[in-house]
Design a protein around this ligand. Structure first.
Ligand code: HEM
Length: 357
């Protein structure tokens, strides 16, 4: 009898894909089944899979940032508008400048000692659930960026509730009774902690993506047995894991003008589902498109200002974990989160070997 060994890389991909598919089963199964079509029109909804179409739409096509069922539109309705996501032109450029220093390399250098200390003190050995550690990391980062005195865990939880409630209102799927009311109530709770809507939006954007991305990236690394790669080049591995997991897999947008993209006509009001996961070629081990590594963070004027921070935090996590020879004990998906995420990600760490750092 021959025993077939499972290829760890394939096992890592399969396990991560299951989290993704489980999060919004019907929508994500449809996207997976249609990914060979660069663009696909279904009535007034256009699925956008190809990296060139994704880039062209985010950089050249006028988008209606306040339309219903878009990220900006949903944020505007919950907060009264005036947020980065729903802005355009000079107003948007001014807001981005204000965020510029906080998320620049100097801004990141100022935050780094805080997150190093937090991660080091919690990942010392034994059985660890990574999700609460990353939740605290994301909440602490959000309080530092907004200058808030709120409790970091309470803030992170509030940001998670807002995102979970709003995802139900802006992604296609079965409408849930009371979804809008719950989204407004969750936004109100967050407003009590962060009264400035711009701060609240920053917290929602930072907490939910970090909480989705980092545990999935570490679980992938552990399942694929990539700790040697983490030791050799943690920055490159962090960027690659963020591409493979594409934490914000779909960007719901709306066309504001006529445009032709890869030979397909778009009309004003078309609902666009920009599949960041496919633009990042997350379904391939080796991407062949030059934008694949950047695509998980969007492109063009609204591209994610927190990308360097996310990469730096994942790099810290990988370099802190590597000397502990982590083994993945168990993961449980989070059925309630806005983005495909784990509810628990249990690792077994060996105690710090002396001289490992
Ligand atoms: C792995 C982690 C992250 C991923 C995958 C991610 C992804 C994204 C994506 C896809 C967008 C939309 C871009 C577009 O429309 O072209 C975005 C926007 C944004 N992200 Fe991130 N993000 C991450 C982490 C963060 C962090 C840590 C912060 C803040 C500290 C942050 C702050 C923002 C903000 C403020 C926007 C709105 C930008 C604008 O509309 O001008 N993100 N992010």
């Amino acid at each position: 009898m021959t025993l077939r060994r499972t290829d760890p890389r394939r096992a890592a991909r399969r396990a991560d894909r299951a989290v993704y598919l489980r999060s919004h089963p019907v929508l994500f199964a449809l996207l997976a089944a249609t990914r060979h079509r660069p663009l696909l029109r279904l009535g007034r909804t256009v699925l956008v899979h190809h990296p060139d179409a994704y880039r062209q739409i985010l950089t050249k096509v006028p988008l209606d940032r306040t339309a219903e069922h878009t990220t900006g539109g949903t944020a505007a309705r919950l907060t009264g508008g005036g947020l980065l996501f729903d802005q355009s032109g000079a107003e948007h450029r001014a807001s981005r400048r204000a965020l510029g220093h906080l998320l620049s390399s100097e801004g990141i250098a100022e935050l780094r000692p805080g997150w190093h200390q937090l991660i080091d003190s919690r990942l010392t050995g034994g059985r660890v659930d990574l999700v609460p550690v990353v939740r605290l990391l994301a909440g602490t980062t959000a309080t530092a960026l907004t200058g808030s005195t709120a409790d970091p865990l309470e803030l992170a939880r509030a940001a998670e509730r807002v995102a979970a409630a709003t995802a139900r209102t802006h992604l296609p799927g079965l409408p849930r009774p009371g979804a809008r009311r719950r989204a407004r109530a969750a936004a109100e709770q967050l407003r009590l902690l962060l009264p400035d809507p711009q701060d609240a939006m920053l917290a929602v954007a930072a907490v939910n993506t970090t909480l989705a991305a980092l545990p999935r990236a570490v679980a992938w690394c552990a399942r694929a047995h990539w700790w040697d790669r983490a030791r050799q080049d943690p920055d490159a591995l962090a960027a690659e894991l963020l591409r493979l997991t594409a934490a914000s897999p779909v960007l719901p947008r709306a066309a504001a003008a006529e445009a032709t993209v890869l030979g397909h006509r778009l009309r004003p009001g078309d609902r666009l589902l920009l599949v960041a996961r496919h633009a990042a070629q997350a379904h391939r081990d080796t991407p062949d498109h030059p934008l694949a590594t950047r695509a998980p963070f969007g492109l063009g004027p609204h591209t994610c200002p927190g990308a360097a921070l996310a990469r730096a935090q994942l790099t810290t996590l990988l370099t802190t974990l590597t000397p502990h020879h982590p083994r993945l004990h168990r993961t449980t998906p989070n059925p309630r989160s806005a983005l495909p995420s784990y509810r628990t990600c249990l690792l077994t760490l060996r105690g710090t070997p002396s001289g490992a750092y």
